[in-house]
Ligand binder design. Structure first.
Ligand code: HXC
Ligand code: NAP
Length: 265
């Protein structure tokens, strides 16, 4: 059975349309599976057609209405075209998930200006571009949500990944501002901040490949990495009527890491 259906009511998101960036892998893919399993139509935008095809074929095999488009979130024209295509194909957009991100470990003294700019462009500028392009469609929705995937390391600062920490901090600030500006339009704007999630590119690249798996587990209060479904479930809660009074919030799903990480480093 689809894990979503063990937790949430079947058909919870029937008729809703989701536009998600980077939904072809990792956490984004898990979000697509859960929201799609609950009845939402899924439209994924990112750069890699092979990854996107596999994800959309998988969703369709499970009976989900799903499509993809190739788009780089660093390019506003591509984002605008992707959003327009989604609205045209699915008749609107109810839920925007800003999930696409780029990251790598690099001491800041060695980080090139283009390395810094690349991550800011993908994470922060890409999120703004999606919010801006989706706004007219969300305003027309009646059930609108924007959910951005961030990290608590935005608040603490992120040694060895200062570019990503700064970008995510910017996303949180944008989230808070839009929650206020777009509340009269009925658009609820939140973020979900995962801790380290097993089996994802993020954890593989930053922690497994660098030999830091054990130390990173020791910095999580629950002493284990999370699962993709832990994040997808939090996103689903925010998309559901149970989230109707939640806006401008960072929903932290990190096994308690935010309170243990700083003291352990
Ligand atoms: C130093 C690096 C670098 C590295 C790239 N750069 N990798 N600098 N160390 N490891 C520099 C390059 O030298 C270049 O600068 C600039 O960054 C752009 O690099 P490109 O390879 O040309 O960029 P591009 O092909 O656009 O790829 C973007 C990327 C790549 C971010 C570098 O890694 C990517 O596409 N990532 C997407 C997937 C990803 O990262 N997922 C993880 C998200 S996890 P110069 O000056 O040489 O031109 C996450 C949180 C995880 O966000 C949390 C875990 C707990
Ligand atoms: P991931 O699988 O690498 O997901 C990132 C996605 O972003 C990819 O599918 C990638 O697709 C897309 N992407 C990257 N650059 C893009 C661009 N320029 N334009 C469009 N799409 C782009 O990594 P993940 O670990 O699941 O991360 C997902 C989200 O969770 C990110 O926001 C990350 O910061 C956040 N997060 C992750 C963790 C974790 O433990 N993994 C912890 C905290 C926060 P293409 O290659 O097809 O473009």
């Amino acid at each position: 059975m689809n894990s979503a259906l063990e937790i949430f009511q079947p058909g919870l998101l029937d008729g809703r349309t989701v536009f998600i960036t980077g939904g072809g892998s990792g956490i984004g893919r898990g979000i697509c599976d859960m929201l799609g399993g609950l009845g939402a139509k899924i439209f994924i935008a990112s750069r890699n057609p092979e990854k996107l095809s596999v994800a959309v074929d998988g969703l369709r095999a499970d009976g989900v209405t799903a499509e993809f488009i190739i788009a780089d979130v660093r390019d506003y024209e591509q984002v605008e075209a992707a959003i327009a295509r989604c609205a045209e194909r699915f008749g609107g957009i109810d839920i925007l998930i800003n999930n696409a991100a780029g990251n790598f470990n690099c001491p800041t003294a060695e980080l090139s200006p283009n390395g810094w700019k690349t991550v800011i462009d993908i994470d922060l500028n890409g999120t703004f571009y999606c919010c801006k392009a989706a706004y007219p469609h969300l305003k027309a929705s009646g059930h609108a949500r924007i959910i951005s995937i961030t990290t608590t390391l935005a608040r603490s600062g992120w040694p060895q990944a200062a570019h990503a920490g700064a970008a995510k901090a910017g996303i949180q600030s944008l989230t808070n501002a839009l929650a206020v500006e777009w509340a009269p339009d009925g658009i609820l704007v939140n973020s979900v901040s995962p801790g380290p999630i097993a089996g994802t590119v993020g954890v593989d690249k930053l922690y497994i490949e660098t030999g830091q798996e054990e130390v990173m587990i020791s910095r999580v209060a629950l002493r284990r990495f999370g699962k993709v479904d832990d994040i997808a479930g939090a996103v689903t809660f925010l998309c559901s009527p149970a989230g109707n009074y939640v806006t401008g919030t960072e929903l932290v799903v990190d096994g308690g890491r935010q309170w243990t990480f700083a003291s352990a480093s």
